[in-house]
Design a binder for this molecule. Sequence first.
Ligand SMILES: [Zn+2]
Ligand SMILES: [Zn+2]
Length: 759
Amino acid sequence: MSSQGQFGFAEMREWEHAAIEDVKVAEVVFNLPLERPYTYSIPEPLRDLIKPGQRVKAPLGRSNRIVVGYCVAIRPGESGQKRLKPIEELLDSEPLLNGQMLELTRWIGERYLCGWGQVLDSVIPAGVRKKSGTREVQNFILVPGTEEKLTSARLSRQQKMVIEVLQKSTGPVTATDLCERAGCSPGPLKSLQERGLIKAMRIRSEISGDDLLPVQQQADLKLNVQQQQALDRILQPIRASEHETLLLHGVTGSGKTEVYIRAIREVVSYGRQAIVLVPEISLTPQTIRRFRSRFSTVAVLHSHMTDAERHWQWQQISSGEIQVVVGARSAVFAPTPNLGLIVIDEEHEPSFKQDSTPRYHAREVARKRCLDERVPLILGSATPTLESWIRATRKLDVLVSMPSRVEDRPLPPVVVVDTRSDPRISKGSAIGRALYGAIDRALKDKGQVILFLNLRGYSPTVWCRSCGAGIKCPNCDITLTWHRDRQCVVCHSCDYEITPPKACPTCQSPAVRYLGTGTQKLDEEVQNTFPNATVIRMDSDSMQKPGSHDEALEKFRKGEVQILLGTQMIAKGLDFPNVTLVGVIDADTMLRQPDLRAAERTFQLIAQVAGRTGRGERGGRVLVQTTSPNDPAVKFASKHDFIGFAQHELAERYDTQAPPFSSVARVIFRGPDEMRTRQTAQAVADRLRSARRDATEVVRVLGAAPAPITRLRGLWRFHLQIAAKTPELVKELWQSAEQSLSLPDDVEFAIDVDPINAR
Ligand SMILES: [Zn+2]
Ligand SMILES: [Zn+2]
């Protein structure tokens, strides 16, 4: 990093002793869990150059270790202030983010109880921080017509690999990626280029090669009355340049995207930019094409981009040349110079919450950003989170409803099948009698079928019949999953993998059995039961190759595949008119999770999966297999009754004062020693309890207790929770105790504000 520094000041140590009266000082934050900035003096030559938002190098701590940090403010020094250490070096010639974004990142640190510097380090793409300058990225594609030449060309093994990678990819590939994927040095690239088989293009690569082709612009579709009314309501704050958060509650298939597009069109007509956040899994070429066919400049931000690509996009966006930014969670930080609107589609998706520091929720960050920049925020979902729903019903946000599907197509009938006495299931089959009949009929009628199962692998439980113990990962408190194709048992948390044990590790009995059905076993069962149908399985094991996801969906779209089965990957966004049957293999897998939101997630999943059918003229139906047919989440979902479910679930949460009726911070302690980790967690819990100003129930401290997954990746896990009416009360208590905490060296903690993951 030092070689990239533009201004070296190691030789200017005298500044340390300069008077600082009438002189400005710099406030600097580092990638540390500390909220407050450090103050430094600014050496004379930097005084006119340094601005908030730039990175600096500065000495930190007693050892005066030189560390990279972010200048967050320049302010007048106070007279009489003790001598300050000077900034060593200024790393950027221009700020990496503007004042508004600096404020937003400060707010995130405060809201999610982490360091401002930690937030900045996470928000600013590595490629931007590395300052690869404006250098463009070299990308490679196959020269058209190469395919024929290849048959006669003599190629080295590595050259063949390069060609193979390019053949499989749907667009240009950067030199770095190409070398990595082909496992070679840049040498073979150069020789292939000289032979005219591949060529370099000085452009960026993207999620697909579509970027290179001008996308034909399509005219706006005609909105129906319901869509028009929703749009009219959304346009009010846009036209008045006001902030409002609007919850667009529209059933699956009600045409929400078209409403977003028209709202964005308005924003773009004012020369402003819009940001559209979608779950990572929905960031498919299909989604992107939809936006690219309606707007001339669309940038896409997703997690598979290289640093250089991300940097390129970041620059394009901040130049104001981009009309619409489409991306996953972190796109909420897109540096649009003149933001006009943020849309969060599928706002209920848990992936909008980051599960590493800073543990922010993109919805709350968007809310804050839109408020500061005085622009509207649209949250769209068929199954909103109860957090968003309660705000809308209390009129803190605006509720905009779209209760019908386009063209008045009915929502599909959902049949709940009790599998407790099913003759097929009791014999070990995953497909019960009713579902078997329904699949058979759908196939005979030339319809297509989607089967949803939230467990991957072959058998999700490895179990000892003699002693009844589940066989667990040695590093985690999780039973291993049998992956028959690879002939090994795998831990889905840490990827620990061994050949299946011949004997039970607890009692040495050889009676080790595999229980339950994962997607691999279901795949096998479906193929055996319906030998004339073509089946495709979509889960993270079968979809590892880049592009395989789109390839599979394309086959399904074309009708080459009759049955699509898979995990969450197939639960959302897919819109295939010929799908006449959706089967949920086991709704219990979600219901049984030890999680406050288990019912909410079950409702959402059934509703979302059900939304994949009945989208064409042929209609469709849904079968949900469960052993809890009377569970309220299942019952309400089968009636497509979100409001009924929300009322029921909110009443339950109210009784226990659970979120959204309270704010929670979860503190997770991790360490290699069980006793020390437990004691530390307990000591912190006691410390928090005694720090409460009064012992009333205003702020509750729950725990410490073992976390639901007590061991993960070799570390013991204990947690405690602080709960109160408002996040401010939670924060106040945490901060009052935080300073006096002393933790053993081998116990670390992480704090998660508004956790949505209970593990
Ligand atoms: Zn045993
Ligand atoms: Zn493990």
